[in-house]
Design a protein around this ligand. Structure first.
Ligand SMILES: [Zn+2]
Length: 249
């Protein structure tokens, strides 16, 4: 399994965090080949095998990994002992302070976000596409980490994984108007008759307003780099999912 380790997290010995690519798994087209999502139409046995390959690579027990049934919401779930690999909650953010409990966010164009608080020893995984970003899923997750674990925003380390960029994400005028209304005009780019949205610009504005400075952003656009990632828009919607994984040791 080919994975990427964000350099922002490398100083921390009690943490493992990575993003997958589309390489190193066993799924067949159009999920070739490291798809990690069960809901996209891929052979479930292949998906489980891909999860096993990732678990071996990152050295965790696959059954202890918690993923999500993502619904583009602002719902956040605190992971406790009642959740298992086979019972993913319906939500778009997971938080925990439990060691050896990997949290996973899946994506194909949306931004997968990994959060680490080295002071309170807590982690989070967030799924933010356009809807989630405009519904403030990221600031709400940071608020939930404060309320639940006492995590102060200025202590957080946050990585935004590979996602579709403002180069490729074309939106309609209704969505552009919503971005304008919510104060995110700077995330829009107009070219000829078209309008494009950079979701990461919204997310970074939200982090800036929370005075968060420890941030790393992947500079890879998933639609530009279909050779390396899955892209829902770039691959005409029939595709797999990469993932961000974060584990407190
Ligand atoms: Zn692009």
């Amino acid at each position: 399994m080919k994975i990427l380790f964000p350099s922002l997290f490398t100083p921390f010995s009690d943490l493992t965090a990575a993003f997958t690519t589309r390489h190193g798994g066993i799924s067949k087209a159009p999920y070739e080949n490291a798809n990690l999502a069960f809901h996209v139409g891929d052979n479930p046995e292949d998906v489980v095998k891909n999860h096993d390959l990732l678990a071996t690579k990152l050295d965790y027990d696959r059954y202890s990994l918690i993923h999500m049934r993502q619904i583009h919401s602002d719902k956040i779930v605190r992971v406790d002992h009642t959740l298992t690999f086979n019972t993913p909650p319906e939500c778009d953010a997971l938080i925990t302070n439990r060691p050896n409990t990997p949290l996973m966010v899946m994506s194909a164009d949306c931004t997968g976000i990994l959060i680490y608080d080295p002071i309170q020893k807590a982690i989070g995984a967030v799924h933010a596409g356009r809807a989630g970003a405009l519904n403030s899923i990221l600031p709400k997750t940071i608020q939930a980490m404060y309320q639940t674990f006492g995590s102060k925003s200025e202590n957080l380390y946050i990585v935004l994984g590979p996602s579709i960029g403002g180069c490729c994400y074309e939106i309609n005028e209704a969505i552009a108007a919503e971005c304008d209304e919510k104060g995110y005009s700077l995330a829009l780019r107009r070219e000829d008759e078209k309008v494009f949205l950079d979701v990461n610009t919204i997310l970074l504005e939200q982090l800036k307003s929370l005075k968060i400075t420890h941030i790393e952003v992947s500079d890879h656009c998933t639609a530009c780099r279909k050779d390396e990632y899955f892209s829902y828009r770039g691959d005409a919607q029939h595709t797999g999912r990469i993932a961000g994984v974060i584990i407190l040791r």
